[in-house]
Design a binder for this molecule. Structure first.
Ligand code: TXA
Ligand code: MG
Length: 377
């Protein structure tokens, strides 16, 4: 057990000048707090919470089995799901993780040039004498790596000079955290420190691509869209294939009849697709499920749903996720957590088109939802 401490850091006080791999830090408290966290990473096997541009991460040394074990333990995450390794520079990636004279496969060169630092994760082969813990890779022959653009994340990794294995810093099955308070809510008592750098910009996790397969694959849509990858990767990425995991096939079903939960609040999430302004579909759902007058429903709406509060008194809370893909991504997890904590029983969410950022948004929403209602079928 820990008494979890929240360490404030100012994201605007940390800068990486072009071509430099070490940060310039202009605020004393920020520097002191990043140093505390960096020391913890270096000297202990305790995982710590830290901000990235996507979501908050739960980080520990990727080189130490015990650190990695403690990450899985704090999150209560199944150990067969491999973790992403975070580095502060390409120089650090080469020096700490790759064999001498190893050349990063050419298919990645343009992607890295254009999209790192940023929410892009690539797969690389695990070399013969790789220092990476086999618990990070779940014994696979590849490892996932990214260079985050968040100055606090980069500074933490640079100052500790430790490649950091980091899943999202939520308790397993819960929505990913985009504020330090989300991490505290889920992991309080289980970790010593959380670096609090405010809200994460992107709001959804990084895009995971596999350039070692032919054709190249997108394993998880995220902060960069499929269109971004095609546009910035060069010719070799023009035929990238989005691998959609078949729900229930690769994922363990814990209780018969219940879907594996992921990104899930406590309340039941109902996802509406192709339902126009939503009035008829929501009304029908409430009626056909005979919801009691005491049932509390929250509505998270975006582009097309109209305000439903006046129309049905079961809908007590309403939040606008925004209309642009970047806004919806930024707001989604925080809104799910917020209305959940207000104690609603059901959360209605308006789905979006699967173009640009919409693909990643719908990927998370379809996993969070217990029920999906498609107005087009
Ligand atoms: O934005 C992010 O990526 C966040 C922040 C904290 O950086 N991290 C994150 O990590 O989302 P995590 O552990 O929740 O997601 C890891 C993803 C999973 O979908 C996993 O299956 C995939 O990366 N992955 C990791 N290593 C892999 C490998 N060797 N082969 C295939 N997929 C891998
Ligand atoms: Mg996660």
């Amino acid at each position: 057990m820990f008494e979890t401490k929240i360490l404030k850091v100012d994201v605007n006080a940390v800068m990486f000048k072009k071509g430099e791999d070490m940060p310039t830090i202009t605020d004393e408290e920020t520097l002191a707090n990043i140093k505390i966290a960096a020391k913890e990473l270096k000297d202990t096997n305790n995982p710590i919470g830290f901000p990235t541009e996507t979501v908050y991460g739960l980080g520990g040394s990727a080189l130490q089995d015990d650190s990695v074990k403690n990450i899985y333990k704090a999150k209560n995450r199944p150990a067969d799901n491999p973790l992403i390794v975070h580095v502060s520079s390409i120089e650090q990636l080469k020096r700490k993780l790759l064999p001498q004279d190893y050349e990063i496969p050419p298919i990645y060169h343009q992607l890295i040039e254009n999209l790192w630092p940023g929410p892009l994760t690539i797969l690389l082969p695990v070399g013969e004498d790789s220092p990476i813990s086999t618990l990070v890779t779940a014994n696979q022959d590849t490892f996932a790596v990214r260079l985050p653009s968040h100055p606090i994340a980069r500074a933490l990794i640079a100052l500790s000079d430790t490649p950091v294995a980091a899943p999202s810093a939520n308790a397993s099955t819960r929505p990913s955290p985009t504020l330090a308070s989300h991490v505290y809510h889920d992991l309080q008592g289980k970790i010593p420190y959380i670096l609090d750098g405010g809200a994460c910009d992107v709001g959804l996790e990084s895009t995971v691509v596999d350039g070692l397969s032919n054709p190249p694959l997108m394993l998880r849509p995220g902060g960069y869209s499929l269109e971004d990858i095609r546009k910035n990767g060069g010719d070799q990425w023009s035929n990238i294939v989005h691998v959609k995991k078949v729900a229930g096939k690769n994922e363990a079903v814990r209780t018969p009849g219940m879907k594996y939960r992921h990104y899930s609040p406590t309340a039941k999430v109902v996802l509406f697709l192709n339902c126009g302004d939503g009035i008829e579909a929501m009304g029908k759902y409430i009626k056909s499920n005979n919801l009691e007058p005491t049932t509390k429903i929250a509505l998270l709406k975006s582009k097309s749903f109209v305000s439903a509060k006046e129309l049905n008194n079961l809908i007590t809370i309403e939040r606008d996720l925004g209309t642009k893909g970047t806004e919806i991504s930024h707001n989604l997890f925080a809104a799910l957590r917020e209305v959940d904590e207000m104690g609603v029983d059901v959360i209605f969410v308006e789905g979006v088109d699967e173009t640009e950022e919409g693909l990643a948004i719908m990927n998370r929403l379809s996993k969070a939802a217990l029920i999906t209602i498609d107005g087009s079928v």
